[in-house]
Write a protein that binds this ligand. Structure first.
Ligand code: ATP
Ligand code: MG
Length: 392
C-alpha cells in the first residue's frame, strides 16, 4: 500500500490530478475523497476524481473552469474541463427520515462528511498537502482487504449499499468483515425504489467481472437477486467472446444470467429495475434465444440467416456455435445490390411482398446461387417462395 505522500505524487502524475493540484492550494478546503483515494493508496488507477469541498462548491467549481453540468439541491457539481470530469460535493452531514429514503442533507465538517459514507475504505480524504483524514480503522481495513460499514444502521439507512459492498468485494478481491456480513444478510432491499436498485445493477454489469459481483451479492443476501437468476452462466464467457463491437455486453450478461427465469417474472423485474422498453425486450429476447436450436441445426447460409435474422446480436451470440459466429462476423453484413425500388420498377405492387421477394433473393445470394444485379433481380422476380431451388 502506498504512503499518503506517494498517493499525492501518484495524483500529481495523473493529468486530471495535476489540474486539481494546480488550481487549489492545501488551504482551500478541497480534498480528494472516496474511491480515488482508496485506489491511489492501493496503487490502482482511479476511475474518476471525487472532491469534497469545505465551503462553497460553486466557487470551487468555477475555479476549476470548464463546464458545470450538474447541480442539485445537495450542493454537488459536476465539472468537465480539459478532458477531465470532477464530482464536487459540499462537505455535509446526512440523516435518513426512514429506511431507504434519500438522505436529508445539511452542511457539515469534513469528518461528518466521511462518517456519512458507505464503507471504511471509502471514507478517506486526501488533502492537497498529502495528509490523510479517515474514519476509524479505514487504513487498517484498506491494508487488510476488508469491507466494513461505518455503523450498525448503514444498510437500514441505505440498502443499496449491499450492492456497493458486493461490487467492491468483486472488483478489489476484498473480504466482507463479519459484522458487516451479518448486517447485510438482514438488509431489506424492498425499502428502496426499483430505479435505485436498477442503477446498482447497471453499475455491476459494467464491472470487469459482473459475475463475481453477482456471486458476492448472492452470498451477502440472496433476496437482492430474483429467483432463478444465475450469477455465472456457462454460456456467458463464449457469448461475450462472440459479441461484436456493436453489441451490448451489459445486456448480453443480463440475458445470460436471467435465462432460467420465467419470462413473465423477467419482464416485470426488468421494468421494475428501470430498464427502458427496448432494453427490456432485448434482454428478454436474448435470454430466450439461449437455446437457439434452429440456428445450431442450420446447414446452409440461408438457413443460418433465417434462424438469426431479426434477432439482436446479443441473442445470436448467446446461442453460440459456429453458425452464430458465421452470422455475426460475415453473413449479417451481406446486402443485395438491388432494393425495393427495383422491384417496384419491375411491376411488383407495394406491400409486404416486396420484402419477402428481396429476402428470397438474399437467401439465394447467401448460398452462392446468384450474384450481381441481374441474377438478384431474376431471383427476386421468380414466382413462388422459391425454396425448391435452394440447396438443402
Ligand atoms: P468507483 O470506483 O466505483 O467510482 P467510488 O468509491 O468512487 O467507487 P462512487 O459511487 O463514485 O464510488 O461514490 C464516491 C464516494 O461517495 C464513495 O467512495 C463513497 O464514499 C460515497 N458514496 C457513494 N454512494 C454512497 C452510498 N450509497 N452511501 C454512502 N456513501 C456513498
Ligand atoms: Mg467514484
Amino acid at each position: 500500500m502506498r504512503s499518503s505522500q506517494a498517493a499525492l505524487e501518484a495524483l500529481r502524475a495523473l493529468p486530471c490530478g495535476a489540474l486539481v493540484l494546480g488550481v487549489f492550494t492545501p488551504g482551500d478546503g478541497v480534498h480528494l475523497v472516496g474511491g480515488a483515494v482508496r485506489d491511489l493508496l492501493l496503487e490502482r488507477p482511479p476511475r474518476e476524481l471525487d472532491l469534497v469541498v469545505e465551503g462553497d462548491v460553486d466557487a470551487a467549481a468555477l475555479r476549476l473552469g470548464g463546464e458545470v453540468t450538474a447541480h442539485d439541491r445537495f450542493g454537488t457539481a459536476l465539472v468537465r474541463t480539459d478532458g477531465c470530469a470532477f464530482d464536487l460535493v459540499r462537505a455535509r452531514a446526512e440523516s435518513y427520515a426512514h429506511p431507504g429514503a434519500l438522505p436529508d442533507v445539511r452542511p457539515g465538517t469534513l469528518d461528518e462528511d466521511l462518517r456519512r459514507r458507505d464503507v471504511t475504505i471509502n471514507a478517506i480524504a486526501l488533502s492537497l498537502d498529502g495528509r490523510l483524514r479517515a474514519v476509524d480503522r479505514a487504513l487498517d481495513d484498506l491494508r487488510d482487504g476488508l469491507l466494513r460499514v461505518l455503523h450498525e444502521a448503514s444498510f437500514v439507512d441505505d440498502p443499496t449499499r449491499v450492492w456497493r459492498v458486493a461490487r467492491y468485494a468483486a472488483r478489489l478481491g476484498f473480504a466482507v468483515e463479519e459484522r458487516t456480513r451479518a448486517l447485510a444478510a438482514d438488509a431489506d432491499a424492498a425499502t428502496v425504489s426499483g430505479d435505485r436498485l436498477g442503477a446498482e445493477l447497471r453499475l455491476a454489469l459494467r464491472e470487469p467481472d459482473p459475475s463475481a459481483a453477482f456471486e458476492a451479492l448472492r452470498a451477502l443476501n440472496p433476496a437482492y437477486l430474483p429467483e432463478g437468476f444465475d450469477p455465472r452462466p456457462r454460456a456467458l464467457a463464449p457469448a461475450l467472446e462472440l459479441l461484436p463491437d456493436d453489441g451490448r455486453a451489459d445486456l448480453l450478461t443480463l440475458a445470460a444470467c436471467t435465462a432460467p427465469m420465467d419470462v413473465g417474472a423477467l419482464l416485470r423485474w426488468l421494468d421494475d429495475m428501470g430498464f427502458t422498453a427496448p432494453e427490456r425486450d432485448l434482454v428478454a429476447a436474448a435470454s430466450r434465444f439461449v437455446t437457439g436450436a434452429p440456428l445450431r441445426a442450420a446447414t446452409t447460409n440461408a438457413e443460418i440467416a433465417r434462424a438469426a435474422r431479426g434477432a439482436p446480436v446479443e441473442a445470436v451470440a448467446l446461442a453460440g456455435g459456429d453458425n452464430a459466429r458465421r452470422w455475426l462476423d460475415d453473413l449479417r453484413h451481406v446486402r443485395l445490390e438491388i432494393d425495393g425500388r427495383d422491384l417496384l420498377a419491375a411491376g411488383i405492387a407495394e406491400g409486404p411482398e416486396i420484402g419477402e421477394r428481396l429476402q428470397r433473393a438474399l437467401d439465394r445470394r447467401l448460398d452462392g446461387e446468384v450474384s450481381g444485379r441481374e441474377q438478384e433481380l431474376a431471383a427476386a422476380l421468380a414466382d413462388g417462395p422459391g425454396r425448391g431451388s435452394l440447396s438443402g
